[in-house]
Design a binder for this molecule. Structure first.
Ligand SMILES: NC(=O)C1=CN([C@@H]2O[C@H](COP(=O)(O)OP(=O)(O)OC[C@H]3O[C@@H](n4cnc5c(N)ncnc54)[C@H](OP(=O)(O)O)[C@@H]3O)[C@@H](O)[C@H]2O)C=CC1
Ligand SMILES: Nc1nc(=O)c2c([nH]1)NC[C@@H]1CN(c3ccc(C(=O)N[C@@H](CCC(=O)O)C(=O)O)cc3)C=[N+]21
Length: 360
C-alpha cells in the first residue's frame, strides 16, 4: 500500500513538487525551503520512526496488526532544518555582518498566543535570529497596531514581521495584514503574496509557514504528490486555502472539505493525501481514510486531561489510534506539523534577510 504514495525522493518528479522556492544545489529538499540545507538521511529517519525496525522480531509481527503507519517525525525534521539555518546565519554574520531579525506583534493576552510567541522567540534565539516584540493591550486601537507595523517596516534590522492571529475582534485583520511590507511578510499572509501563490507562473516572496511545513514533510518522506488525489479539510486563509494551492502547484488533484460539505467522509476516503486543518478533535476517523493514504494532521486541539500538568493535552483533528492502522504514514500531535511551522518561519526570515541584503 505504501508503495502507491512513497516515491524515490530523488526522482525528477519529486524534484518538481515545490516549484516555489530557491533552486536546489544537490537535491529537491533544498528546493522546498529558501535556504541551503542538506537532504535528510531518510533511511535514518525511517529507522528511528518505524517501530518494526527497533523491536524484536516477535514484537514486530504483533505491531504490524496493531500499528502500520510510519510516523512522520516533524520534530526531527524541524531540528535538522533549524541546524542548517543556524549554520547559514553564522555564514551571513561572518560574511556581511548582518543578523536576521524577526518582529512579532502580539495584541491582547490570550494564553495560547502568548505561548506561541514565547516559543517563536526561543526558536529565534536558538538559531541566532534577533527577535523584536511589540506587546499591545487587548483594547489598543487599530492605529496603534498600524504604527508598530510601520515602525518595523522602516527598521532595517527587521527582516520579518509577524502579527500574531487572531487579533481582537474590534480590529480589521485585512487592513492590518495589508500594512505589512510584502518584503517582510514572513507569514505569507499579505494578499499580494497569497495572490501570487494562487496564480500560475507567479511565485510569492513568502509561502505561509504551516502549509509550507506540511509540503516539506511530504517531500522529506518521499511522498509522491503529482497525479495523486489530495483532500484538504478546512479552508482558512492561514492553513487550508494555501495548503490546497500548494498541493495543486505540486500537481495533485484537490478537493476541499469544509463545514458545509455534505459527505466529508466519502470525499476524504478517496484521497491519497489528507491534510486536515479543521480544529475539531477526532473529526477524521479511521473509516475516513483510504488504506495506505498519507495523513498530515495540522489540528491543535486542547482536550481536558487531569493527569497532564497543564490540565489539558493537545490532540489533532485525526483519531490517531484508528488512523495509524489504516494510513501508510501520519504526523503525530504534538511533534508533527507544529514544529515545522516554526522552522519555516525561521527559514522565511533568513531568506528575507538574504534577499534584502543580496546575500547568496
Ligand atoms: N500545527 C500548526 O502549526 C498550526 C495548527 N493550527 C491548528 O489547525 C486548526 C485549524 O486552524 P485554522 O485554519 O486557523 O482554523 P479556522 O477556524 O480559521 O478554520 C477552520 C476550517 O475548518 C473548517 N471546519 C470546521 N469544522 C469543520 C468540520 N466539522 N468539518 C469540516 N470542516 C470543518 C471550517 O469551515 P468553514 O470555512 O466552513 O467555517 C474552516 O474552513 C486549529 O486546530 C489550529 O489550532 C493552525 C495553525 C498552525
Ligand atoms: N500570524 C500567525 N502566524 C502563525 O503561524 C500562527 C498564528 N498567527 N496564530 C496561531 C497559529 C498556531 N500556530 C502554531 C505554531 C506552532 C505550534 C507548535 O509548535 N506546536 C507544538 C506543541 C506546542 C505545545 O505543546 O504547546 C507541536 O505541535 O508539537 C502550534 C501552532 C501558528 N499560528
Amino acid at each position: 500500500m505504501a508503495s502507491s504514495v512513497f516515491s524515490d525522493s530523488s526522482s525528477p518528479a519529486a524534484a518538481r513538487l515545490l516549484p516555489l522556492s530557491v533552486r536546489s544545489r544537490t537535491s529537491q529538499f533544498q528546493r522546498s525551503i529558501s535556504i541551503a540545507w542538506r537532504p535528510l538521511d531518510l533511511s535514518a529517519i525511517r529507522s528511528t520512526v518505524s517501530p518494526r525496525r527497533s523491536l524484536s522480531a516477535s514484537a514486530a509481527v504483533a505491531m504490524t496488526t496493531e500499528t502500520s503507519a510510519k510516523v512522520i517525525d516533524g520534530k526531527a525534521v524541524a531540528k535538522q532544518i533549524k541546524d542548517e539555518i543556524a549554520g547559514e546565519i553564522v555564514r551571513m554574520k561572518d560574511g556581511i555582518g548582518i543578523v536576521p531579525g524577526l518582529a512579532v506583534i502580539l495584541v491582547g493576552s490570550r494564553k495560547d498566543s502568548q505561548t506561541y510567541v514565547r516559543n517563536k522567540k526561543k526558536a529565534c534565539e536558538a538559531v541566532g535570529i534577533k527577535s523584536y516584540e511589540a506587546n499591545l493591550p487587548e483594547d489598543s486601537t487599530e492605529e496603534e497596531v498600524l504604527k508598530n507595523i510601520a515602525r518595523f517596516n522602516d527598521d532595517p534590522s527587521v527582516h520579518g514581521i509577524l502579527v500574531q492571529l487572531p487579533l481582537p475582534r474590534h480590529m480589521n485583520e485585512e487592513k492590518i495584514l495589508n500594512a505589512v511590507s510584502i518584503e517582510k511578510d514572513v507569514d505569507g499572509f499579505h494578499p499580494l503574496n497569497i495572490g501570487r501563490l494562487a496564480m500560475q507562473g507567479r511565485d510569492p516572496l513568502f509561502v505561509p509557514c504551516t502549509p509550507k511545513g506540511c509540503m516539506e514533510l511530504l517531500h522529506t518522506y518521499g511522498v509522491e504528490i503529482k497525479g495523486k488525489r489530495a483532500v484538504v479539510i478546512g479552508r482558512s486563509n492561514i492553513v487550508g486555502m494555501p495548503a490546497a494551492l500548494l498541493l495543486q502547484k505540486a500537481n495533485a488533484t484537490i478537493s476541499m472539505v469544509h463545514s458545509n460539505t455534505r459527505n466529508p467522509e466519502e470525499i476524504t476516503r478517496q484521497a491519497d493525501i489528507i491534510i486536515s486543518a479543521a480544529g475539531v478533535a477526532n473529526l477524521v476517523r479511521g473509516s475516513w481514510i483510504k488504506p495506505g493514504a498519507v495523513v498530515i494532521d495540522v489540528g491543535i486541539n486542547p482536550v481536558d486531561d487531569a493527569e497532564s500538568p497543564r490540565g489539558y493535552r493537545l490532540v489533532g483533528d485525526v483519531c490517531y489510534e484508528e488512523a495509524c492502522k489504516v494510513a501508510s504514514a501520519i504526523t503525530p500531535v504534538p511533534g508533527g506539523v507544529g514544529p515545522m511551522t516554526i522552522a519555516m518561519l525561521l527559514s522565511n526570515t533568513l531568506s528575507s534577510a538574504k534577499r534584502i541584503h543580496d546575500f547568496k
